[in-house]
Design a protein around this ligand. Structure first.
Ligand code: PLP
Length: 420
């Protein structure tokens, strides 16, 4: 095992930024008061929480910090939005087939409580059909829950447009966005949208694990999920994770200042990585739209080999990536997202997600580009699909001749097909 870590698994979790660590430390040491206390030692802490609320407000573009409540994670934010539905006459929920389990499992649970769900399809690029969405909105629809960016492919859903469509067809519909993988990666400005609620997670934006936030537009009726004390204006009971909240505030401010870096440097590195892999490995294919996605993510399948083996070999070089989402790894179930996109099983099983961050360097990316062919060649040589691999290699060879017929290569990612 190597000493150096090349961390390309930032959609699973991120390194806590130094600024966030520094800002939270006093709240783990000398400033340990409870913000709900009457004395000024505790009360003073409340001022810092107020600042953190303003910083998160800025990150998501809310009209007022009062529209932000702190939670323990992205999962809690989704649970609060979905389980807080109050109208007993509205029992229909619209979501998509590729949501994170923190939405899909809540929708399943609500199904047992009398709710009916519509699951929107995605096409081969991982994108939604807006006509299908519009059609699915019913007079009894209570809520739409759609992620802004997919955790596995990075594909962005047109949530701003979808919220407009929803409200136009049925103004009473609540629109929740799982913003966990979009916050800090693309600009968000909820006040100028029709989105009612948006969840984020601290550990995906360089804050620690155990803290998240939920934007709830002023006037949105949601009953609290956590019951107890009066914290967060009664919308989320429980003594605040003060240090985590302060760190989330700092990380949010940092995320705003790094948005430009994400859109330029991080995107260039992601594209360099992708191009380097596709040019060197004949059985590599990118999953999902390559245009319409967050700048840090690429999901690449290596046909006829196992993703988990690729991860193990990469791990020997200190390279951290992921197959499917961290939550589903462990049960070896093939990715639900890729299956919903109709990706053939020989590609689904060999899929790897690389997710970059502000800490990723060109050196990191070039190291991965250098090591990948070694790993994949080794695994290709022990794959039970030798005949298929030979055919694919020959197809690619033929393809790299000057012909350049569009689509001549069945993988669709051959540099010489012009499909990149
Ligand atoms: N939503 C998406 C899209 C995610 O990727 C994740 C985590 O991977 C979550 C929600 C859950 O966030 P948390 O780990 O903070 O509960």
């Amino acid at each position: 095992m190597t000493e150096k870590i090349i961390y390309l698994d930032n959609n699973a979790t991120t390194r806590v930024c130094d600024e966030a660590v520094e800002s939270m430390l006093p709240f783990l040491t000398e400033k340990y008061g409870n913000p709900s206390s009457m004395h000024s030692f505790g009360g003073e802490v409340g001022k810092y929480i107020k600042k953190a609320r303003e910083q998160v407000c800025e990150l998501v573009g809310a009209a007022s910090p009062d529209e932000i409540i702190f939670t323990s994670c992205g999962t809690e934010s989704s649970n609060t939005a979905l389980r807080g539905l109050t109208n007993p006459h509205r029992k229909h929920i619209i979501t998509t087939k590729v949501e994170h389990p923190c939405v899909l499992n809540v929708v399943k649970y609500l199904g047992k409580k009398g709710f009916e769900a519509t699951y929107l399809n995605v096409n081969a690029e991982g994108e939604l059909d807006l006509a299908e969405f519009k059609e699915s909105i019913r007079p009894d629809t209570a809520l739409v829950s759609v992620m802004w960016a997919n955790n596995e492919t990075g594909v962005i859903f047109p949530v701003v447009k979808m919220a407009e469509i929803a409200k136009e067809k049925n103004p009473e519909v609540l629109f929740f966005v799982d913003g966990v993988q979009s916050a800090g990666k693309i600009p968000i400005d909820v006040k100028n949208t029709k989105i009612d609620m948006l969840g984020i997670s601290g550990h995906k934006i360089h804050a620690p694990k155990g803290v998240g936030a939920l934007y709830i537009r002023k006037g949105t009726l949601i009953s609290p999920f956590m019951l107890g004390g009066h914290q967060e204006k009664g919308k989320r009971a429980g003594t605040e994770n003060v240090a985590g909240i302060i760190a989330l505030g700092t990380a949010s401010e940092q995320a705003v200042s790094y948005l430009e870096d994400e859109a330029t440097r991080v995107k260039q590195l992601r594209d360099r990585l992708e191009k380097g892999i596709l040019e060197r490995i004949f059985n590599a294919k990118v999953n999902g739209s390559r245009v319409n996605r967050v700048p840090n993510t690429t999901n690449i399948s290596f046909e006829y080999i196992e993703g988990e083996l690729i991860l193990l070999y990469l791990s020997d070089f200190g390279i951290c990536a992921s197959s499917g989402s961290a939550c589903t790894s462990g049960n070896l179930e093939p990715s639900l997202v890729l299956r919903a996109m109709g990706v053939p099983f020989t590609l689904v099983h060999g899929s790897i997600r690389f997710s970059l961050s502000r800490y990723t360097t060109e050196e990191d990316v070039d190291f991965v580009i250098e090591k990948m062919p070694e790993v994949i060649n080794k695994l290709n040589s022990i794959s039970p699909f030798q005949r298929e691999l030979k055919e694919l290699r020959e197809l690619k060879k033929a393809c790299s001749s000057p012909g350049k017929q569009k689509g001549c290569c069945k993988s669709g990612n051959c540099p010489s097909c012009g499909l990149i």
